[in-house]
Each structure stands twice: as C-alpha cells, then as structure tokens.
Design a protein. Sequence first.
Length: 477
Amino acid sequence: MLTPGDESHIRKCRLLGLTGSAAVAAGGAVAGALPVGEALAPSSGAAAAGLFGAYFGLVLLVAAWAWLGRAVRGPRPPGTRSMVLTLVVWAAPLVAAPPLFSRDVYSYLAQGAMVDARIDVYAHGPDRLGGPLAAQVAPLWQDTPTPYGPVFLSFASLIARASGAELSAGVLGMRLVALCGVGLMVLSLVLLARHGSTAPGAALWLGALNPLLLLHLVAGAHNDAVMLGLLGVALVAARGRFPVLGAVLMTLAALVKAPAALGLLAVAVFWAGGLSGRYRWLRAVCAVTAAALTTTAVVTAVTGTGYGWIGALNTPVSRHNWALTSLLGRMTASVLRGAGSDLAPFALDAWRAVGLAATAVAVLLVWLRRPRHSPVYALGLSLIAVAVLGPAIRPWYVLWGLFPLAAAAPPGPARRVVAVASGVLALAQLPSGLAADGLQLTLAVCGGLFAVVVLWWAREMSGTEMTPAVREPGRAV
C-alpha cells in the first residue's frame, strides 16, 4: 500500500486528475457554454454523452484533489514544485476547452468591445453594441450595465480589439488573462504561507489546485482570477516593506471587482504595524485611503471610462438567484401571498437588506477580533461573509475568501468547511452554465455515479484507498 507522500502516490493523483479534467474538457466540447449557433440541443445524443462525460470527469477531478490532500498532510508532503506541476497538468486540458460552466466570458468580450466603441458600459448593456458578439450574451444580461471596474474593462477592451470578430481568439485571450491572474495567485500563496504558519503545500492544495479554481477561473475564465491575483500580490507587498505598493495593488484589484476593497483593511493593519507612536492606526488608515483615492483617480483618468461603476454596483441580480437571502425572500413572499398579504412584493428586497446588514456586522466582528487572527485570515473570513450573505452567489464566489484562508488559516474548522464546500460546489453548475432540467440532472447524476463505481473498482483492484473524504491537510511537520 502506498504511503501518502510517496512519489508514486503523487503521480497517481496527477494522472487521475488529468483524466478527470480531460473528460470535463471533452464533454464540454459538446455540452459546454458554446457560442450561439454551435450549441447542440440538450436532448441530442452528443450533448447527452458530453454531459455524462463531463460529470464523470468532475467526480474524478474532485477525488484526485481529495486524494492529493492525503499526501499534503502525510509524513513527506510534496514540495512547491511538485504541486505547481500538478496544477499545470490538471489545468492543461481545460485551457484548450471551450468556455465551461458559465457564459460570462462572452459578456466580458462584449463589454470590452463596447469600451473600444466608446459606448458607456455603465449606462447600457450589450444590446446597445449589437452584432454577433452581443448575441452571445445571455438574454438576462443583454440590457444590464456592467459592475466591473476600469482595470478589468481595459483588459477586456484590449482583447476585444486584438481578436476582432474572431470569437475563439477572444475567448482564448480572456482565458490567458485569467491564467495570468492564477499565476499571481500561486505566487502569492507560496509567499504568504512561507511568511506565516501554513505549509506552502497545504496553501497550494486548498487555494490553487482547488476544483473551483480549475473549473471556473481556468475553464470559465472569470475575472475573479485577476481580482484575486492582484489581491494576493498586494498582501505580499503590504506584509513586506512596501505598504504603499500594497495599497495601490489592492485598489487595482478593487477596480476589477469591488469586493477586493475589503483588502484595504488588511493593508492598513500591516501599515500600522510598521509605524510607532501615537495615532499610528489613524495615520495608517489615512495613508491607505489617500493611496486608494489617488490610484482610483489616476486609473479612471487614464482609462477614460468614468466613475459609473460606482452606481452600477447595484446592478439587479436574477430574482431566481440561489443566494441565501434570495431563497429566504422567495420563501417568505410565497408564505405572504398564501396569507393574502400585500407585503409579498417587498419580501425579497427586505431579506437582501437584512443580508447586507448581516454582512456588515459579520465583517465588523471579524476585524474587532482580529488580534486572534492574522489580517490575511480576517480578510478571508470577511470575504466569505460577503459571498454567503450577499444578494447573489455563484460557486466561484467562494474563492474570494477561500484564497486568503488557504494562505493564513490554521488547521481547523475554517479550512475543513471551505474544503468540503469546494468539493460540493464543484458539482453545482452544468458545463453549459444554464439551469438543469430533469433529463440533464439525471445524466449528470449518472455520470458522477459511474465515476464513483470506477473509483471503487480501482481501489478494490489496487488495494489503495482512492476516494477519501475531503479533509483539510494539516500543518506540515
């Protein structure tokens, strides 16, 4: 029987994960978020086989990740180079795949083209652009302004201009941008872990080889990769001797997606730690605020997109979103309608307001108790609260808080919860990014169950435990 940490164990994890990601990519070639006109009917034989194969691969990938966790907490944990190599091997098939698990990459390209055409993306949706590129955007978001900041829109504009009318080139360009973000995430995870009390292998296992990152930041090319990459290097800079650079980089991350603005709290804490004398906290907060405002003003002036992103932050979310507050709002509205109350139309907005208030309270409590945690850990808990209690949630939103937690959280409940949540949420989205009907749900379940049977058979044949429960690796000894 293999000992977790043996090179043979690592190679088998690598091979199993590669098989899984290759199956996901192959299935996604016919059942993914394909361009309009190329997508097959969900009931067609090829699409059904693709969905079955994609979920077969998903379960294999999650199992490989869980099995690799045994090696990370074993007596001879794999080194940083081995973990990065595993990430590259698992990600390779997904880089060449069509967009998977979401159609957002088409929205990014349309928004970039709008910026290039000097259409105000904070006042209009892709329908104002028109043409074949805008046609790829989901109907729900056709007339919706973008909430993304000028930093990301600059990237999207460059890719849209360089790719022209070639959709596949544009998708590849956006995926390369996301991969740059993933690269920054990997680098910052290693550096933050080395400066803290977390083994780099454990940080990479939870924060970089995580199935959610592979499926949604690599295969889905979400701009969260750029936000988190900049957030990570900002924390590295602030933790070192460059707090000004940390504040600038964190502001750039927030100018990709707004949740990163919470990272400025961590930068302020690091900055105050390097000061002495009275009012050092006030001085640090004022310095971070000045750096953030200056960076925002300079970037906005250079990009020329204006400050409309601030007003666009209240962009409506789907009423059928499965965020906690949305679910509670719909349930409450249903009960009120059954009781004949006139308050039913206000239930959803009321619960979302409660969620925002609860988020503010949770973030405040985390930072008031910060002496028990590092600033990076406190930031991770805060971003988890934002994702869970906010008005909208997607599986990859969990990565906002999971990423800092991977670098700074000690072995314990926080790491175990986000690890288990990652394994579960990896199975929550269809490769097409659309809602599942009965047939698709059946095919997905059958594909996953078939993978479980194959894993059980392989374990029986080899005598090696290949499908452990998802447990968080402990600290390296």
